[in-house]
Design a protein around this ligand. Structure first.
Ligand code: RUB
Length: 306
């Protein structure tokens, strides 16, 4: 697969979910680098490929963190550079995969036997917690939201069903109606900013509001690669807005002359609505996001290149 094909798979959401996107892009960049022949143009070709991958989906910071992890490569000769890219990429992939398991192990401790959970969209980190709790023998059931317009709830439904976890599938607008039956909400993250704000699938902030109102704990599952060094530098997170056709079929929309569709893929949940973030290095309050960025992502502000 070449870089254009890899980028297209991320753009059209054949590969989706922040963690999966990051690992896929890092793997694509590594494989591309290993096949570059041109000695004098090596750095330019790698940086062009990195930009192409970064330009696919703007919101999830793990894509950015993954690509930048690899772009720290060193070496004088092309072979040395290839070696360095391969080892950084493999290290990133291994860390990301291990983080998912660690999040499951840490997060499952917060789930009581007999709990009813709610999750939104399809998050590998949130599901790692839920599946680990179930595999440890805890009796749980899960409300899964449809997650319009792309209906990633169907992927979650299948994953939970494959595990044998009792699941109730609901439309997004039924969240508040069912919140009284829920003991804990567990969602994933596309980005967590330096001030502890969560950016995740559209609808997450409404779920957080409903949970807050009903005094239901709202837990975020996010590996350290989901924290955004860019926001420490003052940058705002750009929220991807996708095509109208995901929401309304063209034939329907074409009937109207004064209608446009707005289709943001993500929304922001302020830290006041978040009880805990489960990372691979521990269960932390959202206020600790700054510390995670400084200590675990290793980006000193003065070194940051944007
Ligand atoms: C997916 C989404 C997920 C996060 C976290 O959005 O919002 O909740 O990416 O997932 P999309 P994970 O389907 O638009 O990519 O925990 O797997 O990184």
């Amino acid at each position: 697969m070449n870089i254009d094909e890899a980028a297209e798979k991320i753009k059209n959401m054949e590969i989706r979910g922040a963690a999966k996107i990051a690992v896929f892009a890092v793997r694509a960049l590594r494989d591309f680098a290993l096949n570059v022949e041109a000695e004098d143009e090596f750095d330019t070709l790698i940086s062009r490929a990195a930009t192409k991958l970064l330009d696919t989906r703007p919101t999830a910071v793990s894509l950015y963190n993954g690509i930048h992890y690899v772009m720290k490569y060193s070496g004088i000769t092309v072979n040395e550079k290839k070696e360095s890219i391969k080892s950084l990429a493999d290290e990133f992939i291994e860390r990301a995969e291990r983080a998912n398991e660690q999040i499951g192990r840490i997060g499952e401790k917060r789930i009581k036997n007999g709990s009813t959970l709610m999750t939104h969209c399809n998050s590998s980190a949130a599901l790692s917690i839920i599946k680990t709790a179930f595999r440890k023998g805890k009796k749980i059931e899960v409300y899964v939201t449809e997650s319009r317009p792309r209906k990633q709830g169907l992927i979650t439904l299948k994953e939970l069903d494959d595990e044998g976890i009792p699941t109730k599938f609901i439309v997004d607008s039924a969240v508040r109606y069912f919140m009284k039956d829920v003991d804990m909400v567990v969602v994933g993250a596309d980005t967590i900013t330096a001030n502890g704000t969560l950016i995740n699938k559209i609808g997450t902030s409404q779920i957080a509001l409903a949970a807050h109102e009903a005094r239901v704990p709202f837990i975020v599952a996010a590996e350290t690669f989901k924290f955004s060094p860019k926001t420490l530098h003052g940058e705002l997170v750009s929220i991807e807005e996708r095509e109208a056709s995901e929401v309304l079929e063209d034939e329907v929309l074409d009937k109207y002359s004064h209608v446009t569709v707005r289709n943001p893929a993500f929304d922001t949940t302020p830290r006041e609505y978040i009880d805990l973030i489960i990372t691979e290095v521990g269960a932390i309050p959202p206020e600790m996001a700054y510390v995670i960025i400084r200590e675990y992502l290793g980006y000193a502000l003065e070194e940051f290149e944007g």
